[in-house]
Design a binder for this molecule. Structure first.
Ligand SMILES: *Cc1c(COP(=O)(O)O)cnc(C)c1O
Length: 386
């Protein structure tokens, strides 16, 4: 089976991890800060906090921004559940904004409309999580303008987007947001096995996230309520978690950063090949906004079902039977049973649900060979044209 995504591990990556295993520190050593500095410098952000997953990063991002009971977090329905769950972890309510039919990202026009209604009803969101689906950045300038007008904070869920650019700047620079989050799960662009990172230009937010990452405990006497009792002393000044990244993960991430540019270029090369090879088929290839350079985590096609003699499911199953490990990103979050129990219904976000009825993610990863890609395209042709 050709998977839809797969990590790319070099001998240098392996050597980097092995050398940590032979060192003094498996956790809380020098590699995590080095990895943080490397990513922060690369994307042009002031501070970076490495954690054990993007889910954890989203949680401490929301908590640092003060999200709590009585507040509301909005995001796109077409995302992994973690983009919404982070609001629930903080005791806040979650709501969604439908997607733009061209980019599949949260639609700024729908956002503006919903904000106007929410303002009248006195229930404006505290945070909007902008998810860069497939690696293509959201319209951050428009979302940022709305945040100034309506007074909400912005978290970019850039789990798909490291290495991509928005208006010439690397995603993660937080030019139009408070905090940006990356994921280093193996299917994503670079990996640390499990892992994530929160980036920000706001020192206060960074310090707060640093506390929350490790039990709310500080060893910095400046942050304590009184002079240390002695050299052993630490203080718990907040209720935090154990969301720390290990040295092994950080060493892997640091080594993977050497090839980030190469990884994203290869993804673009594969996307260009797909665009050409799929021309004329009854499906829509991804649209790329001219202002942005996608991280291209995913290559999602949408079937033109009125021109195909098969259902979406039959096409999907046909591809899997042919050994092509296609996937579907994502089941709209508001249609998940947990969210239905919170009151959401099918039909609430029609663009997202329409997307779900047509979308298929084709294989897209650094190590995908042209021959494997050709095999996937041939299988797809056979399935949709018969
Ligand atoms: C993968 C992903 C996450 C969660 O990442 P983890 O590192 O697995 O916690 C969150 N949001 C989006 C959009 C993702 O794709």
């Amino acid at each position: 089976m050709i998977p839809y995504g797969r990590q790319d591990i070099s001998q240098d990556d392996i050597d980097a991890v092995v050398s940590v295993l032979k060192s003094d520190f498996l956790t809380q050593g020098p590699m995590v800060p080095r990895f943080e500095e490397r990513v922060a410098e690369h994307v042009g952000a002031q501070r970076a906090l490495a954690v054990n997953s993007a889910t954890s990063a989203l949680h401490i991002a929301c908590a640092a921004l003060g999200l709590g009971p009585g507040d509301c977090l909005w995001t796109s329905p077409v995302t992994f559940v973690a983009s919404a769950n982070c609001g629930l972890y903080c005791g806040a309510d979650v709501d969604f904004v439908d997607i733009d039919p061209r980019t599949y990202n949260l639609c700024p026009i729908a956002l503006e409309r919903k904000l106007q209604e929410a303002e009248l009803e006195g229930r404006l969101p505290k945070i909007v999580v902008a998810v860069h689906l497939c690696g293509q950045p959201c319209d951050m300038k428009a979302i940022h303008e709305l945040s100034q007008r309506f007074g909400f904070r912005i978290v970019e869920d850039a789990s798909h987007a490291i290495g991509g650019k928005y208006r010439g700047q690397f995603i993660g620079s937080c030019q139009y947001s408070d905090i940006t989050v990356f994921s280093f799960h193996p299917v994503k662009i670079i990996t640390t096995a499990e892992g994530g990172m929160a980036l920000t230009n706001d020192v206060t937010l960074a310090d707060k996230m640093e506390l929350l990452r490790s039990h709310g405990i500080t060893r910095d006497s400046d942050k304590m309520t009184h002079e240390p009792d002695g050299p052993w002393y630490y203080q718990q000044v907040d209720l935090g978690f154990n969301y720390r990244m290990t040295e092994l993960q950080a060493a892997l991430g640091l080594s993977q950063m050497d090839r980030l540019g190469e990884f994203v270029e290869r993804r673009h090369e594969l996307a260009r090949r797909y665009n050409e090879l799929l021309e004329g088929l009854p499906l829509r290839t991804p649209w790329q906004h001219p202002d942005s350079y996608s991280g291209l985590h995913l290559y999602v096609i949408r079937l033109k079902l009125d021109q195909i003699r098969k259902t979406h499911r039959e096409v999907f199953e046909g591809l899997r039977e042919a050994g092509i490990g296609v996937n579907l990103h994502y089941i709209p979050v508001h249609t998940q049973p947990y969210y239905q129990n919170l009151g959401f219904q099918h039909g609430d976000f029609p663009e997202s649900e329409c997307y779900y009825r047509e979308a298929i993610s084709l294989p897209m990863f650094q190590g995908l060979t042209n021959a494997q890609q050709d095999e996937a395209v041939e299988a797809l042709k056979k399935v949709v044209l018969s």
